[in-house]
Design a protein around this ligand. Structure first.
Ligand code: IPE
Ligand code: IPE
Ligand code: MG
Length: 237
């Protein structure tokens, strides 16, 4: 999706934050925030697909999120299983390929089954890749890539950034061009630590359930005005 001739936008990653505060502001339980958040996800996927984005990555559950009350964790995975069940037909219709980033073995059975089913069913779709980061930790991703490199007996000289990236969950995908985080927090929270080396960041105070397609367009317009130098001077092409 070229935003202009010089600034391509192929991959957007989103740290969807603020569901709990959205609910609390309305005097509702946090669960209602997560439900409303799932609606916002639906809208974002459809808009990105419409715009011709190639890769959309959504941070849905971090490894650290297991530290939340068990009831909230259970609700999040129930919502995920339901979301996947209701959205599979839509993913097929929109020709979207679903992939997961994270240690899926750690997910509850029902959501893991729904996830692997949707991943298998959509594997030949080619118009957009939707990555769901689940039980995801950037540090663990890098550590486990190193473990696998070592297990395969690579020599120290063979361990390059390019090689390492082949062992990440995002192997073969372009790095995120733009990372959006909602809810006013300005941190990365263990998300795509390796892949975000030169990503542009966009922070908004909008809480995730209020993140509409219009908000996406604001983020994209902001991105379009950036100067990405990748360590060079502005004069280098
Ligand atoms: C994001 O919203 C959803 C997940 C992290 C699963 P939060 O649940 O973190 O909402 P706040 O930050 O408490 O408002
Ligand atoms: C980041 O949000 C994780 C997801 C959006 C899934 P958190 O709400 O867990 O992040 P912190 O704890 O505020 O950094
Ligand atoms: Mg949060």
């Amino acid at each position: 999706m070229p935003t202009d001739a010089s600034l391509p936008l192929r991959h957007i990653a989103v740290i969807m934050d603020g569901n709990g505060r959205w609910a609390e502001k309305r005097g509702l339980p946090r669960s209602e925030g997560h439900r409303a958040g799932a609606e916002a996800v639906r809208g974002l996927i459809a808009e990105c697909r419409k715009l011709g984005l190639e890769y959309l990555t959504l941070y849905a559950f971090s490894r650290e999120n297991w530290g939340r009350p068990m009831e909230e964790v259970r609700l999040l995975f129930d919502l995920l299983a339901r979301f996947l069940g209701s959205e599979l037909a839509e993913l097929q219709r929109q020709d979207i390929r679903l992939q997961a980033l994270g240690d899926l073995g750690g997910l509850p059975f029902a959501s893991r089954t729904a996830l692997t089913h949707s991943i298998a069913k959509t594997k030949n779709n080619a118009s957009m890749v939707l990555n769901l980061a689940l039980n995801y930790s950037g540090r663990h991703e890098i550590a486990s890539a190193c473990r696998r490199l070592m297990a395969e007996g690579l020599s120290p000289e063979e361990v390059t950034p390019e090689k390492l990236s082949e062992y990440l969950f995002t192997a073969g995908q372009p790095d995120p061009d733009l990372v959006i985080r909602t809810s006013g927090e300005q941190r990365i929270s263990n998300f795509l630590l390796f892949q975000c080396a030169y990503s542009e960041f966009y922070f908004t105070d909008t809480l995730w359930p209020d993140f509409t397609p219009e908000e996406l367009h604001l983020a994209m317009a902001d991105y379009t005005g950036r100067s990405r130098r990748f360590g060079k001077t502005g004069d280098c092409s």
